[in-house]
Design a protein around this ligand. Structure first.
Ligand code: ADP
Ligand code: MG
Length: 588
C-alpha cells in the first residue's frame, strides 16, 4: 500500500464492515491484494449491487470503480456457483478497448478464483476467434469479459453458450459503449440476455440522459455520483468550483496556448524539463502517433529517452508489448491515441500531455485521468492554438478547471532539426505528410466545431509544425482558402530524391520508380497522337454531373479521394497508402 496512508481517497469503512456482508474468501482476496478500506464509490456501490439493485455510477477517474463491480459480481455468482454448468454464462463485463478488458480480467482473477467451478474468459479482437471458440468449447465459460465486437461474435457463433441464467451485466466506460460507435453491437448483445438480471453501468463521464440508461436495460437504477472533494483554494479558482470538479482533486491541469509551428519546440521543452517523469502524450490520429514516434527519436536532444508508440492500428502483439513496457518503466514516454484514454490503470504516470485536444470533450477527462489516480498528485498539460482559447471557458463550465502555462522561451526551434530528419529519411518525410493530412481531416470532425473551427485552421503554420518540407497541395487549402501564411518551403530539394534510410526499402522504391518509368514510355509509344474528343467530353460531363449532386461541404472530400484514386490507378501510390490517406477510422 501507499506510504501516504491513510490515503485521502479512501473512506473509513472497511470492506469487512459492508452490509450485506462480503464472503470470507472475497475478504481474504481483498486483504491479500492490500485492500482494506473502501473508496467512496465502492462503499456506495457494492451494497447496492449485492442487494439486487441496478446502478448507474458516475465517479472520477482513478476512484476504484473496477472493484466496485468486480466484488459484487463475484458475490452474486457465488450463490449460483454450486450448480452452474460449464457453458452457462452468468456474468458479463464489457469495456470499449482490448487493453481495458484485459486489465479488468486480470484485476478480477483473484476474486473469480474464490468461486469453485467457474471459468472466466477474456474475449478481445486481434486474436483468432477460432482459438477463443475452441477454448470455450473445451473449458466452458461462466464469466465473459471483453470488447463488444468479439463478445457479440462469440455469442452469435456459439449456440452451446446458454445465457438464460445470466445474473449480472456490467458496462464499464458505459457512455462510450452506448454512444454511436458501439450502439449496434451493445444492443445486439443486450437483446440476447434475460431481462431479469442486475445491470451496472460505470463511467467518469456518465451522461445524464435517461434514454442512455434504458438502452443499457437498467430497471429503476440507483444513481451513484461521487465527486472529487474540495481542495484548499490556493489560486484564483474558487473552492466552490473545485468542490464539484469532474476531475480528481490531486490533478493540476494547465493549458499552453501556442501557434502550430511552435508546438514541437514547446513539447520538447516540457519533455526535457520532466526528464525523470513518466509521461503520456495524446495525439489526434494513429498516423500522428506513427510520425512523432519516429520524428522525436531522430532529435539529438531526446537521446536516451524511452519513447513508446501505441495505437489501435498496430498489431495486437505489438500493442501488448508497448503497454507492458510502458507499465514497467519508472520514467519514459508513451505516445498514443485515445485507445489509451479510458480506464487504463498504469502505475506512476506523473504527467499527461495532450498535444492535440480530443474530438470528444468527454475524452479530455479520461485522458487526464491516467494520472492523479486514487488520491495521488498528477499534472496535465493541453496544447491549444490561439484560436481555440474559448475551450478553456468551455471546460470550466463543465467543471474542469484549467490554469494557464506560459510558453517557454528556453530551448531552440526544433523544426529545422525535424526537417533535416525528413531530408535524410523518406520514411520520416512520408509519415509527416500522412500525419499532417490525417490531422486536418480529423480536425473537421471535432464535436465542438464552433471552438475548433476547421475553416480557420492555419495550414501554413501547421505544416511547419509537422516539419514538412513543402506544402502538400490539398483541395482543402484551395477550396476554402485556408491560410498558408508562415510556411517557408525548403527550396533546394526535390522530394523524389529523398531516400529511405532503410536500404531494402530504398532498393524497392528505385525498382518501382524504374518500372513506372518504363511503363510510361511504353504507353507514350502506343498512345494515339490525338485524344479522343468524344471520350474526353463524356468524362467532363460525368464529372460535372457528379459535382452537381454533391453538397458544398463534402465536395472537397470527394475531390480529394477522386484524386487519390487517380493516383492509385496510375500507380503513384499503392493501395495501403490510398487506404491510409482516405481512411477515416484513424482515431484509435
Ligand atoms: P477507476 O476505474 O475509477 O478509474 P480503478 O478501479 O482503475 O479506478 O482503480 C484505481 C486504482 O486504485 C487501482 O490501482 C486500484 O488497485 C486502486 N484501488 C482501488 N480500490 C482500492 C482500495 N479500496 N484500496 C486501495 N487501492 C485501491
Ligand atoms: Mg475504470
Amino acid at each position: 500500500m501507499d506510504s501516504d496512508f491513510p490515503n485521502k481517497a479512501l473512506t473509513a469503512t472497511r470492506f469487512s464492515e459492508l452490509n450485506p456482508p462480503l464472503s470470507e474468501p472475497v475478504l481474504k482476496a481483498l486483504s491479500e491484494s492490500g485492500f482494506e478500506f473502501c473508496t467512496p464509490v465502492q462503499a456506495a456501490t457494492i451494497p447496492l449491487l449485492c442487494s439486487f439493485r441496478d446502478v448507474a455510477v458516475d465517479a472520477a477517474t482513478g476512484s476504484g470503480k473496477t472493484l466496485a463491480f468486480v466484488v459484487p459480481l463475484v458475490e452474486i455468482l457465488r450463490r449460483s456457483s454450486s450448480h452452474s454448468k460449464p457453458h452457462q454464462v452468468l456474468g458479463i463485463i464489457i469495456s470499449p478497448t482490448r487493453e481495458l478488458s484485459s486489465q479488468i480480467y486480470h484485476v478480477a482473477q483473484p476474486f473469480i478464483s474464490t468461486l469453485s467451478n467457474m471459468t472466466s474468459v477474456l474475449l478481445v479482437g486481434g486474436v483468432e476467434v477460432k482459438a477463443d471458440m475452441k477454448k470455450i468449447e473445451e473449458e466452458g465459460a461462466n464469466i465473459l469479459i471483453g470488447t463488444p465486437g468479439r463478445l457479440y461474435d462469440i455469442m452469435d457463433r456459439m449456440d452451446v453458450l446458454d445465457f438464460k441464467s445470466l445474473e449480472i451485466l456490467i458496462l464499464d466506460e458505459a457512455d462510450r459503449l452506448l454512444d454511436m460507435g458501439f450502439q449496434k453491437q451493445i444492443t445486439s448483445i443486450i437483446c440476447r440476455l434475460p431481462k431479469l438480471r442486475r445491470t451496472g453501468i460505470f463511467s467518469a463521464t456518465q451522461t445524464e440522459a435517461v434514454e442512455e440508461l434504458s438502452k443499457a436495460g437498467l430497471r429503476n437504477p440507483v444513481r451513484v455520483e461521487v465527486r472529487a472533494e474540495a481542495k484548499p483554494s490556493t489560486d484564483a479558482v474558487s473552492s466552490q468550483q473545485l468542490a464539484s470538479s469532474k476531475t480528481p482533486s490531486g490533478l493540476h491541469i494547465e493549458y499552453i496556448e501556442c501557434e502550430a509551428d511552435k508546438k514541437p519546440s514547446q513539447l520538447i521543452d516540457i519533455l526535457i524539463k520532466n526528464r525523470s517523469k513518466k509521461i503520456i502524450i495524446y495525439f489526434m490520429t494513429c498516423a500522428c502517433v506513427d510520425y512523432w514516434g519516429v520524428a522525436l527519436t531522430r532529435l539529438s536532444v531526446l537521446k536516451g529517452f524511452s519513447l513508446i508508440p501505441l495505437h489501435g492500428k498496430m498489431k495486437q502483439t505489438v500493442r501488448e508489448k508497448a503497454l507492458a513496457s510502458f507499465t514497467s518503466l519508472s520514467n519514459g514516454i508513451l505516445l498514443c491515441t485515445d485507445v489509451a484514454a479510458r480506464g487504463l490503470d498504469i502505475p506512476g504516470v506523473d504527467c499527461v500531455v495532450q498535444y492535440d485536444p480530443p474530438q470528444d470533450p468527454n475524452v479530455f477527462i479520461h485522458r487526464v485521468g491516467r494520472t492523479a489516480r486514487l488520491g495521488k498528485e498528477g499534472h496535465a498539460i493541453v496544447f491549444l492554438l490561439p484560436k481555440e482559447e474559448s475551450y478553456v471557458e468551455f471546460l470550466r463550465i463543465r467543471r474542469v478547471p484549467l490554469q494557464e502555462r506560459r510558453c517557454s522561451d528556453d530551448g531552440s526551434d526544433v523544426v529545422p532539426q525535424i526537417r533535416e530528419a525528413a531530408k535524410k529519411d523518406r520514411d520520416v518525410m512520408e509519415k509527416g505528410l500522412r500525419a499532417f493530412v490525417s490531422y486536418v481531416r480529423a480536425y473537421k470532425e471535432h464535436h465542438c466545431s464552433y471552438i475548433f473551427r476547421w475553416k480557420e485552421l492555419e495550414i501554413g503554420k501547421l505544416a511547419m509544425g509537422y516539419g514538412l518540407l513543402q506544402l502538400p497541395s490539398m483541395p482543402e487549402v484551395k477550396h476554402h482558402s485556408l491560410s498558408t501564411e508562415g510556411f517557408v518551403p525548403v527550396e533546394d530539394i526535390n522530394l523524389e530524391d529523398i531516400k529511405y534510410r532503410d536500404k531494402y526499402r530504398e532498393k524497392q522504391r528505385k525498382k518501382n520508380l524504374q518500372a513506372k518509368k518504363e511503363a510510361k514510355e511504353k504507353q507514350a509509344k502506343t498512345q494515339k497522337p490525338s485524344k479522343n474528343p468524344i471520350a474526353a467530353a463524356t468524362r467532363k460531363k460525368t464529372a460535372k454531373q457528379r459535382r452537381a449532386q454533391q453538397t458544398v461541404e463534402d465536395e472537397d472530400e470527394l475531390m480529394r479521394e477522386y484524386r487519390l484514386l487517380k493516383k492509385l490507378k496510375k500507380g503513384t501510390i499503392d493501395e495501403s497508402e490510398y487506404a491510409k490517406l482516405t481512411g477515416t477510422e484513424e482515431l484509435l
